[in-house]
Write a protein that binds this ligand. Structure first.
Ligand code: AMP
Ligand code: DBH
Length: 557
């Protein structure tokens, strides 16, 4: 296995193979097989292109040959930051075929995140788009190289704009070659790619997923969601996120010969038009996007769109409130499926035959009979049935450790290999999970996860900031937003300047605090050195609704 990863103990690996979960197939071979079975069916629609399974397969081979010519091969890490365009599949499958590992960055990531990913993984290459949604990713890539001294290759989907250090992805496609035949087929038990975790402490953690474990979650998800060749799946969220990738997502759709439609953005205008035009049957969104769609349809502005093809709206990534959940069927005319998942592994679905009450008020139940769930109190003792506690889990597609993170792993996993999800849940008598809250230090901003630590570290780098803490504040639309409490040095910087400072440091937009409050001091939290966590709790309590207003509240910039 890739160095820096924690394998499953042999007895578990043996069991998962015996029970047929791990089938010894690589993701590259998986596509080859589907290309044979579904050759002329449409695999991908997006950015004005339509690729059949045969074309996607051939493109992946050509791309793999081109990447191999650059010297990219088995075990190499390649940071991939691509928007929802067909190239995202071409590049990913090419890397799988070479046994190279995609490291998936989100389109929203900026210099701070991409530099970190490139350095931490010692990436051999970075793949970006030219521009998307008005943002120039080539300039970002060049800044990353200037800052980190790497990666050696920067590949651009689209125009390089005559920037000499950048290589057009198009060049990888030229020049034929026999494909990756020369390289040995990767080991299905080995790591296929590194997925990003929202993280709780400092920088995002990387999640090593193996071909075997991931394809199991994909096949089982496609089965639970009843996908077939007639499925048209709309990727409304960034396709590289774990949810649209595997729950059942584009891989689940490819597994059955369906069609994946790539939406350039999740707005109702874009997505409702695509549902109509492409006769979309399934799609997946985060709660705020679901609410935008519901409001848009109820508002009547999209009455000319025919949404009758849509069978299932999946909602996950953050808690979907039951009131909104109950609007899905009457408004969109399709079923709701709640999905509670994590890139670390465990995914839960409400089932199509669950009663409406279960679908609207629970976050589903696990994929696998071998998903082990434990709900524990703060001492780690299991709570009585139905009690509230932290969810711990272990199973055939849940990792046993993050990549190159021994210290963090010691805290994030129990000695017997359960992942501490940090989610506060209770189980219903039917085994459905209700997510009630969180035991981890994280802000869930409408499905986008923020580690307060990471943002605080950037705030503390400002010369006028004495101390800073970032906490969640409730929000009707996003569920939560981020609020930074700042103790200034002599005089407080302007809010706008502080936020601009964070942007200049290259932080992704969704991590920039929605609100900044200057305070003279933080509440006392006891004696001696306090942990950041205790401080956040104290700040949260002191400024909770009903508590006295924070010092010097001021309008937002
Ligand atoms: P990550 O570990 O970054 O992949 O984020 C996974 C986390 O997102 C979970 O541990 C939950 O905290 C949260 N999450 C995902 N889906 C849901 C959901 N349907 N309801 C509530 N929280 C969710
Ligand atoms: O939030 C998530 O990470 C998530 C949500 C739904 C996920 O990883 C998934 C489904 O697979």
């Amino acid at each position: 296995m890739l160095a820096g990863c924690t394998p499953w103990p042999t007895e578990f690996a043996d069991r998962y193979r015996e029970r047929g979960y791990w089938q010894g197939e690589t993701i590259g071979a998986f596509l080859r097989d589907r290309a044979r079975r579904f050759a002329e069916r449409t695999a991908v629609v997006g950015a004005g292109q339509r690729w059949s399974y045969a074309e996607l397969d051939a493109r992946a081979d050509r791309m793999a040959a081109g990447l191999a010519r650059l010297g990219i091969g088995a075990g190499d890490r390649v940071v991939v930051q691509l928007p929802n365009r067909p190239e995202v599949f071409e590049v990913a499958f090419a890397l799988f075929r070479l046994g190279a590992l995609p490291v998936y960055a989100l389109p929203a990531h900026r210099r701070a995140e991409i530099s970190y990913l490139c350095s931490f993984t010692e990436a051999a290459a970075l793949v970006v788009a030219d521009t998307d949604a008005g943002f120039d990713y080539r300039a970002l890539a060049e800044e990353v190289r200037a800052e980190t001294g790497g990666p050696e290759h920067i590949l651009v989907a689209g125009e390089t704009g005559d920037r000499p250090g950048l290589t057009p992805l198009e060049r990888m496609r030229a020049g034929g070659g026999a494909g990756p035949g020369a390289t040995a087929e990767p080991d299905p038990a080995d790591v296929a790619f590194l997925q990003l975790s929202g993280g709780t402490t400092g920088l995002p953690k990387l999640i090593p997923r193996t071909h075997d474990d991931y394809l199991y979650s994909v096949r089982a998800s496609a089965d639970i969601c009843e996908l077939d060749t007639a499925t048209v799946y709309l990727a409304a969220l960034p396709a590289v996120h774990n949810f649209p990738m595997s729950s059942p997502g584009f891989l689940g759709t490819f597994s059955v010969g369906g069609t994946v439609v790539l939406a350039p953005d999740p707005s109702p205008a874009t997505c409702l038009a695509l549902i109509d035009a492409e006769a979309v049957t399934h799609t997946a969104v985060v709660p705020p996007v679901a609410m935008l769609w519901l409001d848009a349809v109820e508002g009547g502005a999209h009455a000319h769109r025919d949404l009758s093809s849509l069978r299932v709206l999946q909602v996950g990534g953050a808690k979907f409130n039951p009131e909104a959940a109950r609007r899905v069927r009457p408004t969109l005319g399709c079923a709701l499926q709640q999905v509670f998942g994590m890139a670390e592994g465990l995914v839960n679905y409400t089932r199509y035959d669950d009663p409406e009450e279960v679908v609207t008020t629970t976050q589903g139940r696990p994929i696998s009979p071998d998903d082990e769930l434990r709900v524990v109190d703060s001492d780690g003792t299991e709570v009585p049935p139905g009690g509230l506690g932290e969810l711990q889990t272990r199973g055939p597609y849940t990792i046993r450790g993050y990549y190159r993170a021994p210290e963090h792993n010691a805290a994030a996993f129990t000695p017997d290999g359960f992942y501490r999800t940090g989610d506060l849940v209770r189980l219903t008598p039917t085994g459905h999970i209700v997510v009630e809250g969180r035991a981890k230090d994280q802000i869930n901003r409408g499905g986008e996860k923020i580690a307060p630590d990471e943002v605080e570290d950037h705030l503390l780098a400002h010369p006028a900031v004495h101390d800073a803490t970032v906490v969640a504040m409730p929000d009707r639309f996003l569920g939560e937003r981020a609020c930074a409490y700042v103790v200034p040095r002599a005089s407080a910087p302007a809010r706008a300047e502080l936020l601009a400072f964070l942007r200049e440091r290259g932080l992704a937009g969704y991590k920039i605090p929605d609100r900044v409050e200057f305070v003279d001091a933080f509440p006392a939290t006891g004696v001696g050195k306090v942990s950041r966590r205790e401080l956040r709790e104290a700040v949260r309590a002191a400024h909770a609704p009903g508590a006295p207003p924070p010092a010097r509240p001021a309008p937002q910039p």
